[in-house]
Write a protein that binds this ligand. Structure first.
Ligand code: PMP
Length: 432
């Protein structure tokens, strides 16, 4: 495959965009370096790079894409929004309709606020939890990424740890000191943290199904026990469903798992591929937010008609019968095929899957927390990533990212992918 135009573009980008990318996860640093492939067109399950190569897309823009690229129903909504003005700075009918749709799907979000990104949504959940409890400390799980605000860029995960940076410069130690980090799926460690700091804790941030070191499900009873211990300590449970919201079912992972947080942060999918974030939860807690209460949060672009109307259109597509069943069916075919190819070629992998999202780890160790995920071999992943890219299959350039199937992927796409996996595993095996 020829990548000359990507390489040329990257040279120019390096001169004017820091690191040549607008988000560090897009760089190829974690897969051996070089110019990242630049895309210029996307349709359905495919995109095309600046050299005209076609790829089947499992990156899904790190999670927002679930109806495929340029879905006609969403495109129509965006065009309609553009023709009517994309920004008003006033209340609009669509934001009310959308808030009602989200609340119907995720009933724990009794009251909602829209903003512009997952980072903002999580950041504000923390402020609201602090305002409500009059406490400062936050507990999070190691390896889970909750956006790039100072508050949570501590032992973050797929973002920073991809680059081998466990933390970020520029974050005051005093802020990092307020964040307690505990291994996911380790209820004893969580109980210890609550015992030690419980009376100072405002809230715990939880990805109910982790999407930031692959895909990791909670052990049975883990989330229930986190809820119980947290509430017993007088703190709030905040679910970061920025990745998981509407990914596995029409609603949050909380609906799928039957667990209820006090606050929820959303982003990614609910914007129909335009920028968005949202947070919401129990009415009495959300009433801390201005103009009703003392916790301030605002946004010039918040609830903008374009993102909201794209989001409504996206949820309308996802609400159709059979959508999540089909994602699960294709996910199962992909899982079975990858497992068979790994066994055939003697490539040791672990594979975690929930419905249409899966993670392949090059390790012998079962992956239930971040330490396990870190045992995945980075060099093998880097080689696999490049082999797959040359096969026309686009994955995220990080051993910690999931593969996402969209409603645009067909069984033929999955079979084409499996043929590429088979050849790539053969290549890995032949040079070990
Ligand atoms: N929370 C989670 C779980 C995420 O995966 C992400 C982004 N990958 C964020 C928050 C931050 O969202 P955004 O990039 O929209 O700010």
């Amino acid at each position: 495959m020829n990548h000359e135009n990507s390489a040329r573009l990257h040279e120019k980008a390096l001169d004017c965009i820091v690191g040549g990318v607008n988000s560090p996860s897009r760089s190829f640093k974690a897969v051996g370096g070089g110019a990242p492939v630049a895309m210029e067109r996307a349709q359905g399950a495919y995109f095309w790079d600046v050299d005209g190569n076609r790829y089947i897309d499992y990156l899904a823009a790190y999670g927002p894409i679930i109806t495929g690229h340029a879905h006609p129903h969403i495109t129509k909504a965006i065009v309609r929004a553009a023709e009517n003005g994309t920004l008003y700075g006033t209340p609009t009918p669509w934001e009310v309709q959308f808030a009602e749709m989200i609340r119907e799907a995720i009933p724990s979000m009794e009251k909602i606020r829209f903003n512009n990104s997952g980072t903002e949504a999580v950041m504000t959940c923390i402020r609201v939890a602090r305002a409500y409890t009059n406490r400062i400390k936050i507990i999070k799980f190691a390896g889970c990424y909750h956006g790039h605000s100072d508050l949570v860029l501590v032992a973050a995960g797929s973002g920073p740890s991809t680059l081998g940076i466990p933390d970020s410069a520029g974050i005051p130690q005093s802020i990092a000191n307020e964040v307690i980090t505990v291994p996911f799926n380790d209820i004893d460690a969580y109980a210890d943290a609550i015992k030690k700091w419980g009376s100072e804790v405002a809230g715990v941030l939880v990805e109910p199904i982790v999407g930031n070191f692959g895909i990791v499900e909670p052990k049975p009873g883990f989330l229930e026990e986190v809820n119980r211990l947290t509430h017993e300590a007088g703190a709030l449970v905040i679910y970061d469903e920025v990745i998981t919201g509407f990914r596995f079912c029409y609603g949050g992972a909380q609906n799928l798992l039957g667990v209820t947080p006090d606050l929820t942060a959303l982003g990614k999918i609910i914007g129909g591929c335009l920028p968005i974030g949202a947070y919401g939860g129990r009415k009495d807690i959300m009433e801390q937010v201005a103009p009703l209460g003392p916790a301030y949060q605002a946004g010039t672009m918040a609830g903008n008609p374009a993102s909201i109307q794209a989001g409504i259109a996206c949820l309308e597509v996802l609400k159709q019968p059979g959508v999540y069943e089909e994602l699960d069916r294709l996910g199962a075919i992909l899982e079975d095929g990858i497992r068979s190819a790994a066994a055939k070629h003697g490539v040791p992998i672990q594979l975690n899957r929930v419905k249409g999202a899966l993670a392949v780890y090059f390790t012998d160790k079962e992956v239930v927390n971040y330490d396990d995920a870190q045992t995945a071999d980075s060099e093998t992943f880097g080689r696999f990533f490049r082999l797959m890219l040359e096969e026309g299959i686009c994955l995220a350039p990080s051993k910690y990212e999931a593969w996402f199937i969209t409603t645009a992927h067909t069984e033929a796409d999955v079979r084409e992918t499996l043929a590429a996996v088979d050849r790539s595993f053969a290549a890995l095996a032949s040079t070990r």
